[in-house]
Design a binder for this molecule. Structure first.
Ligand SMILES: Nc1nc2c(c(=O)[nH]1)N=C([C@H](O)[C@H](O)COP(=O)(O)OP(=O)(O)OP(=O)(O)O)CN2
Ligand SMILES: [Zn+2]
Length: 152
Protein backbone atom coordinates (compact mmCIF):
# COMPACT_ATOMS: atom_id res chain seq x y z
CA UNK A 1 0.00 0.00 0.00
CA UNK A 2 1.36 3.41 -1.02
CA UNK A 3 1.84 5.81 1.90
CA UNK A 4 1.91 9.59 2.27
CA UNK A 5 5.29 11.26 2.81
CA UNK A 6 3.72 13.59 5.36
CA UNK A 7 2.54 16.31 3.02
CA UNK A 8 -0.89 14.66 2.68
CA UNK A 9 -0.91 14.24 -1.09
CA UNK A 10 1.52 12.50 -3.46
CA UNK A 11 1.63 12.56 -7.28
CA UNK A 12 -1.97 13.81 -7.48
CA UNK A 13 -3.21 11.01 -5.24
CA UNK A 14 -5.49 11.75 -2.32
CA UNK A 15 -5.14 10.56 1.26
CA UNK A 16 -7.48 7.69 2.08
CA UNK A 17 -9.17 8.21 5.45
CA UNK A 18 -11.48 6.04 7.59
CA UNK A 19 -14.52 7.50 9.40
CA UNK A 20 -16.52 5.74 12.11
CA UNK A 21 -19.93 6.87 13.29
CA UNK A 22 -21.72 5.06 16.13
CA UNK A 23 -25.27 4.84 17.37
CA UNK A 24 -27.17 2.64 19.83
CA UNK A 25 -30.44 0.78 19.56
CA UNK A 26 -32.45 -1.37 21.96
CA UNK A 27 -34.13 -4.48 20.62
CA UNK A 28 -35.30 -7.90 21.73
CA UNK A 29 -34.94 -11.24 20.02
CA UNK A 30 -34.84 -15.00 20.43
CA UNK A 31 -32.29 -17.33 18.86
CA UNK A 32 -34.30 -20.04 17.09
CA UNK A 33 -33.57 -21.75 13.77
CA UNK A 34 -36.49 -23.04 11.68
CA UNK A 35 -34.02 -25.59 10.29
CA UNK A 36 -33.51 -27.26 13.69
CA UNK A 37 -35.86 -29.32 15.87
CA UNK A 38 -37.04 -27.76 19.14
CA UNK A 39 -34.62 -30.03 20.98
CA UNK A 40 -31.66 -29.03 18.81
CA UNK A 41 -32.64 -25.36 19.12
CA UNK A 42 -32.43 -25.71 22.91
CA UNK A 43 -29.11 -27.53 22.68
CA UNK A 44 -27.64 -25.00 20.26
CA UNK A 45 -28.84 -21.72 21.73
CA UNK A 46 -29.43 -22.59 25.41
CA UNK A 47 -30.94 -19.69 27.39
CA UNK A 48 -31.06 -17.57 24.24
CA UNK A 49 -33.73 -19.97 22.85
CA UNK A 50 -36.17 -19.10 25.68
CA UNK A 51 -39.54 -18.41 23.94
CA UNK A 52 -39.96 -15.20 25.97
CA UNK A 53 -36.90 -13.73 24.25
CA UNK A 54 -34.42 -11.28 25.73
CA UNK A 55 -33.13 -7.81 24.96
CA UNK A 56 -29.88 -6.01 24.22
CA UNK A 57 -28.68 -2.45 24.07
CA UNK A 58 -26.77 -2.83 20.83
CA UNK A 59 -24.08 -0.40 19.72
CA UNK A 60 -23.43 -0.19 15.99
CA UNK A 61 -20.44 1.39 14.27
CA UNK A 62 -20.52 2.23 10.58
CA UNK A 63 -17.02 2.63 9.17
CA UNK A 64 -16.47 4.21 5.77
CA UNK A 65 -13.19 4.48 3.89
CA UNK A 66 -12.39 6.77 1.02
CA UNK A 67 -10.30 9.59 -0.43
CA UNK A 68 -10.60 13.06 1.06
CA UNK A 69 -12.28 15.35 -1.47
CA UNK A 70 -9.85 18.26 -2.01
CA UNK A 71 -12.71 20.74 -2.40
CA UNK A 72 -14.94 19.78 0.56
CA UNK A 73 -12.21 18.29 2.75
CA UNK A 74 -14.54 15.36 3.46
CA UNK A 75 -14.72 11.63 2.73
CA UNK A 76 -18.48 11.90 3.32
CA UNK A 77 -20.55 14.59 4.98
CA UNK A 78 -21.28 13.28 8.49
CA UNK A 79 -24.72 14.85 8.30
CA UNK A 80 -25.51 12.56 5.34
CA UNK A 81 -24.02 9.55 7.14
CA UNK A 82 -26.23 10.28 10.15
CA UNK A 83 -29.31 10.38 7.91
CA UNK A 84 -28.45 7.04 6.27
CA UNK A 85 -27.88 5.43 9.68
CA UNK A 86 -31.26 6.69 10.87
CA UNK A 87 -32.99 5.32 7.75
CA UNK A 88 -31.09 2.05 7.39
CA UNK A 89 -30.61 1.04 11.02
CA UNK A 90 -32.37 3.05 13.71
CA UNK A 91 -35.83 3.28 12.15
CA UNK A 92 -35.83 -0.47 11.44
CA UNK A 93 -34.30 -1.87 14.64
CA UNK A 94 -34.64 0.53 17.57
CA UNK A 95 -37.29 -0.61 20.08
CA UNK A 96 -38.23 -3.51 17.84
CA UNK A 97 -38.72 -7.23 18.26
CA UNK A 98 -36.16 -8.22 15.64
CA UNK A 99 -37.75 -11.59 14.86
CA UNK A 100 -41.31 -10.32 14.57
CA UNK A 101 -41.04 -6.71 13.39
CA UNK A 102 -38.29 -7.06 10.76
CA UNK A 103 -39.41 -9.20 7.82
CA UNK A 104 -35.78 -10.04 6.88
CA UNK A 105 -35.59 -12.12 10.08
CA UNK A 106 -38.75 -14.13 9.41
CA UNK A 107 -36.59 -17.08 8.30
CA UNK A 108 -33.15 -15.79 9.31
CA UNK A 109 -31.84 -16.39 12.84
CA UNK A 110 -31.32 -13.08 14.63
CA UNK A 111 -27.71 -13.72 15.65
CA UNK A 112 -25.52 -10.65 15.77
CA UNK A 113 -23.69 -12.00 12.69
CA UNK A 114 -26.95 -11.81 10.74
CA UNK A 115 -27.84 -8.42 12.26
CA UNK A 116 -24.47 -7.13 10.99
CA UNK A 117 -25.15 -8.52 7.49
CA UNK A 118 -28.65 -6.97 7.50
CA UNK A 119 -27.20 -3.60 8.47
CA UNK A 120 -24.47 -3.85 5.82
CA UNK A 121 -27.02 -4.65 3.10
CA UNK A 122 -29.14 -1.66 4.12
CA UNK A 123 -26.24 0.79 4.40
CA UNK A 124 -24.42 -0.24 1.22
CA UNK A 125 -27.49 0.64 -0.87
CA UNK A 126 -27.43 4.22 0.36
CA UNK A 127 -23.72 5.03 0.32
CA UNK A 128 -21.61 5.96 -2.73
CA UNK A 129 -20.11 2.80 -4.33
CA UNK A 130 -17.06 1.38 -2.55
CA UNK A 131 -17.29 3.66 0.49
CA UNK A 132 -18.62 1.24 3.13
CA UNK A 133 -15.70 -0.48 4.86
CA UNK A 134 -17.09 -2.24 7.92
CA UNK A 135 -20.13 -2.71 10.14
CA UNK A 136 -19.32 -3.43 13.76
CA UNK A 137 -22.12 -4.52 16.11
CA UNK A 138 -21.58 -4.66 19.88
CA UNK A 139 -24.26 -7.04 21.15
CA UNK A 140 -22.90 -6.72 24.67
CA UNK A 141 -19.72 -5.10 26.01
CA UNK A 142 -18.06 -8.49 25.59
CA UNK A 143 -19.41 -9.64 22.22
CA UNK A 144 -18.51 -7.61 19.13
CA UNK A 145 -19.17 -8.77 15.55
CA UNK A 146 -17.56 -7.26 12.42
CA UNK A 147 -18.69 -7.57 8.79
CA UNK A 148 -16.89 -6.21 5.72
CA UNK A 149 -19.18 -7.52 2.99
CA UNK A 150 -16.97 -10.54 2.32
CA UNK A 151 -18.49 -13.77 0.95
CA UNK A 152 -16.98 -17.24 1.19
N1 LIG B 1 -22.11 -16.51 17.46
C1 LIG B 1 -23.09 -16.04 18.27
N2 LIG B 1 -23.31 -16.63 19.45
C2 LIG B 1 -24.28 -16.16 20.25
C3 LIG B 1 -25.04 -15.04 19.89
C4 LIG B 1 -24.79 -14.44 18.62
O1 LIG B 1 -25.44 -13.47 18.22
N3 LIG B 1 -23.81 -14.96 17.84
N4 LIG B 1 -25.98 -14.55 20.73
C5 LIG B 1 -26.21 -15.10 21.91
C6 LIG B 1 -27.31 -14.57 22.79
O2 LIG B 1 -28.31 -13.93 22.02
C7 LIG B 1 -26.91 -13.61 23.84
O3 LIG B 1 -26.82 -12.35 23.25
C8 LIG B 1 -25.70 -13.86 24.64
O4 LIG B 1 -25.85 -13.05 25.77
P1 LIG B 1 -25.03 -13.21 27.06
O5 LIG B 1 -24.56 -14.62 27.20
O6 LIG B 1 -25.85 -12.65 28.15
O7 LIG B 1 -23.85 -12.24 26.72
P2 LIG B 1 -22.42 -12.16 27.37
O8 LIG B 1 -21.55 -13.19 26.71
O9 LIG B 1 -21.91 -10.77 27.20
O10 LIG B 1 -22.72 -12.46 28.86
P3 LIG B 1 -21.91 -13.04 30.08
O11 LIG B 1 -22.67 -14.23 30.50
O12 LIG B 1 -21.90 -11.94 31.08
O13 LIG B 1 -20.51 -13.39 29.64
C9 LIG B 1 -25.49 -16.29 22.36
N5 LIG B 1 -24.51 -16.76 21.43
ZN1 LIG C 1 -29.23 -12.05 22.39
Amino acid sequence: MEQSNGSGEQKGKRPVVYISRSDCFSACHRLHSPLLSDEDNKLTYGKCNNPNGHGHNYKVEVIVRGPVDPVTGMVINLTDLKLYINEAIMSLLDHKNIDKDVSYFKDVVSTTENVAVFIWDNMVKRLPPGLLHEIKVHETDKNVIFYRGELA
